[in-house]
Write a protein that binds this ligand. Structure first.
Ligand code: ATP
Ligand code: LTN
Length: 334
């Protein structure tokens, strides 16, 4: 059976960037790839690579799972679970550390960026080895594809290198996965600063639309989004990055190509375009929020997560046992 695997950290409030770059893409794949099996998890072990408050982390993990379901993840097609409930992720992560070099991890740009920001508060060892755990999350299930946003491309490259190295040493064992990065929306930028991605762990929330924002907040954030003074309706990522970002959001949510959005608003000012974009985002997110509220307090969520955990555990246990035998761990039985 061919498989697709992905995950999201419960490290902050989910943003429109997560929704467009990862969640929406995953939901679409469920119908585009009917013959595949889907594994999707809440990457709570990844969240604790930086300090987290225990009760809040637990709440956010549940929230992320509920948002996935609200966005259209179908539990009949997708095995949905919490990463920490399948112990083998940590175990395989360790085994793969023994096939990963420090130099490779030092080259990870996400790690380098986080080190710059967190210098004073201390860098955990787990933040450094994070991409190896991510490799374990993925190759555990032998997927063909890993749908992610643009910022995860380098981690998937490393995952491929680790899988290939292991296979060369121990014989074909892991499927070497390919990243699936959306053509549009792989990197939604901050609405106040078009040089950085919209991020859920950002201190200030003015530049990020969260999936929980109400209509007024969404309208305010879109109205005040930074554009330019050219007044030209054009999709120009280099010279008009703020506007291009808004056009991208419009095109993904409105199911149009960026050029079609440009054509539709030719001759109108940015203000009209922003008002319409706000309506589009409000409609999408309020429908999502309604479904989220139905799910979060229902027993359905726990049923889905229990069954996802059991299916993932069964697969993961067998894979790790075989992996350990390959490496030479375990006893010779007399
Ligand atoms: P943080 O901002 O805390 O580093 P994150 O949102 O980048 O977190 P995850 O929650 O693990 O990290 O990301 C989940 C998925 O959302 C990944 O596939 C990631 O590539 C995608 N994603 C995150 N931010 C954006 C964005 N601004 N645009 C498009 N995709 C994004
Ligand atoms: N590292 C990712 C989240 C993540 C993930 C994964 C994504 C953890 N494990 C496996 C895809 C597949 C991030 O920070 N966005």
């Amino acid at each position: 059976m061919k498989r697709v695997v992905s995950g999201i950290k419960p490290s902050g409030t989910l943003t429109l960037g997560n929704y467009i770059g990862a969640i929406k893409q995953f939901v679409n794949l469920q119908s585009v790839l009917p013959d595949y099996e889907f594994y999707l998890f809440v990457a709570d072990l990844h969240a604790i690579t930086v300090p987290q408050e225990a009760a809040l982390l637990r709440k956010r993990s549940r929230d992320v799972a509920a948002m996935y379901l609200a966005a259209g993840i179908d539990p009949q097609k997708t095995v949905l679970f919490l990463q920490s409930e399948v112990k083998e992720h940590a175990e395989l992560g360790y085994l793969l550390q023994c096939s990963t070099y420090v130099g490779e991890l030092e080259r990870m740009t996400q790690y380098k960026d986080k080190v710059k920001v967190k210098k004073e508060s201390g860098i955990t060892a787990a933040l450094f080895t994070y991409p190896v755990l991510m490799a374990a999350d993925i190759i555990m299930y032998d997927p063909e594809f890993v749908p992610v946003g643009d910022d995860q491309k380098q981690h998937i490259e490393l995952t491929r290198d680790i899988a290939i190295r292991f296979n060369n040493k121990y014989g074909d064992f892991f499927t070497v996965p390919k990243p699936l990065i959306p053509t549009y929306g792989a990197r939604i930028m901050d609405l106040q600063d078009s040089t950085k991605k919209m991020s859920k762990s950002d201190e200030s929330d003015k530049g990020a639309i969260t999936l929980y924002d109400d209509s007024d907040t969404i309208r305010r954030k879109i109205r005040s989004a930074v554009t330019d003074s050219l007044g030209l309706m054009k999709y120009d990522l280099e010279n008009q990055p703020g506007l291009a970002n808004l056009i991208t959001i419009y095109s993904v949510i409105g199911n149009m190509k960026p050029d079609e959005v440009v054509a539709k608003y030719q001759g109108h000012g940015y203000a009209q375009f922003k008002e319409d974009l706000a309506i589009l985002v409000i409609d999408e997110l309020s429908a999502l929020q309604n479904r989220y509220h139905e799910i979060i307090d229902s027993g359905i969520l726990d049923d889905v997560l229990d069954s996802g955990r059991d299916i993932a555990r069964e697969y993961a246990y067998k894979k790790v046992e075989k992996c350990k035998r390959k490496i030479g761990l375990g006893r010779i039985k007399k």
